[in-house]
Design a binder for this molecule. Structure first.
Ligand code: PLP
Length: 383
């Protein structure tokens, strides 16, 4: 797969058909709520520029980012649609955020005052106000919502929306379910108490992927979906929601691939890589693959028992992952050779390695796996 400026045989494929499939599937499931496609952290590692246009074409009504710089990058790429900032912008970046026509979130009284000051000389897009209903990360206290809305109104700012964020909608079990319902209750009460200051048409939103799937009442006017559009469920049990909707399955969007760069046949007892951590149990062909932890293939994958795919077969690592390269134990009877395709994430033949499999090996979540794939790995859009 020759690409200009690409000299190392290691790359990620971003399947834009899968991305469009997931987006339109999720739009159908949550309708009439609209879908804000979350592209923070470089589109969860997929490349925000690579995915943004496809997401909008497939039905997303807006894009969500965490940083002012991420929003400006989308504007620089020619995105004209609404870009919602999912966190309160630092006071020092408000001018740039307003100039880039980003939709700002206010999440504190202090932030409301700063924005009121910044807006004296510029007019921002209608502002969204975030309410803290139990996540305790950002957001105004429910009792302060009315006051913040009045302050913003007095400064001449239009209110575009009011929202909150769920903290356990991806967990299974009655305890987490009860907490999500209590967050939605707190949100509803805050909206009621501030209703005089909330204009008709203000967009109300609460749900991430998990909330959108598991709690239909959380869909409100808009859902903010990240993980789902990239092809993963927050919890396997949520497939039932898609089945009930006759929606089918999501399709993972990103694959990470490379080509074998070197081969050696080693005797039993050899201990490849740093620290001589693991002895080969039998004579083995060991393949070198030009991807390492600096690319987002974590060192902890060895202890996690990770596999890669070569020639359609699962093969274990042969030693600790290094910064730029990793080693694979291809076994005794194999003709694996330099140039063979290696799939680190994705499918080959009938085998498939998912971000959920990486997450299990690493003791983390698929979100962290996906956004951990570094920019050092070029992202190739494929259809
Ligand atoms: C990241 C983020 C989302 C998307 O979450 P997913 O679980 O990936 O769907 C939604 N809302 C906010 C505020 C976020 O920060």
């Amino acid at each position: 797969m020759p690409v200009e400026g690409w000299r190392r045989p290691a790359w990620a494929e971003v399947d834009l058909d899968a991305l469009a499939h997931n987006t339109s599937l999720l739009c159908r499931v949550v309708a009439p709520a609209r879908l804000c496609a979350v592209v923070k952290a470089d589109g969860y590692g997929h490349g925000a520029r690579a995915v943004a246009h496809t997401l909008l074409a497939a039905g997303a009504s807006s894009l969500g980012v965490a940083l002012v710089d991420e929003g400006i990058e989308l504007r620089d790429d020619g995105i004209d649609d609404e870009v919602l900032l999912l966190a309160e912008a630092p006071g020092t970046s408000l001018g740039d955020a307003i100039d880039a026509r980003l939709t700002l979130t206010v999440g504190s009284l202090r932030g409301a005052r700063e924005l009121a000051g910044a807006a004296e000389h510029r007019s921002p897009m209608p502002v969204h106000v975030k309410v803290d209903t139990g996540m305790h990360r950002q957001g105004v206290a429910p009792d302060d919502l009315g006051g913040v809305l009045e302050l913003l109104g007095a400064a001449g700012l239009a209110i575009g929306g009011v929202w909150t964020h769920l903290s356990v909608a991806d967990g299974a079990g009655t305890h987490t379910e009860a907490f999500t319902r209590s967050q939605l209750d707190v949100f509803r009460r805050a909206l009621d108490s501030a209703s005089d200051s909330i204009p008709d048409g203000a967009v109300l939103h609460a749900a991430n992927t998990a909330g959108a799937l598991s709690f239909p009442e959380a869909r409100l006017d808009l859902v903010r979906v990240g993980l789902g559009i990239y092809g993963y469920l927050p919890h396997p049990s949520m497939q039932a929601v898609l089945d009930d909707a006759g929606a089918g399955a999501l399709r993972p969007v990103m694959s990470v691939k490379a080509r074998v760069s070197a081969i050696r046949d080693l005797p039993a007892g050899a201990r490849p890589s740093y620290g001589r951590r693991r002895a080969l149990e039998r004579p083995s062909r060991v393949a070198t693959v030009p991807v390492g932890y600096a690319d987002g293939y974590p060192r902890a994958m060895l202890d996690g028992g990770a596999n890669v795919l070569i020639r359609g077969r699962r093969m274990p690592l042969a030693g600790v992952v290094t910064m730029d390269q990793l080693l694979v134990d291809c076994g005794a009877d194999t003709d694996v050779d330099v140039g063979d395709e290696v799939v680190l994430l994705g499918s080959q033949g009938t085998e498939r390695i998912t971000a959920d499999e990486w997450a299990t090996a690493l003791g983390t979540i698929s979100w962290e796996v996906l956004c951990g794939i570094k920019q050092r790995i070029p992202k190739l859009a494929v259809t």
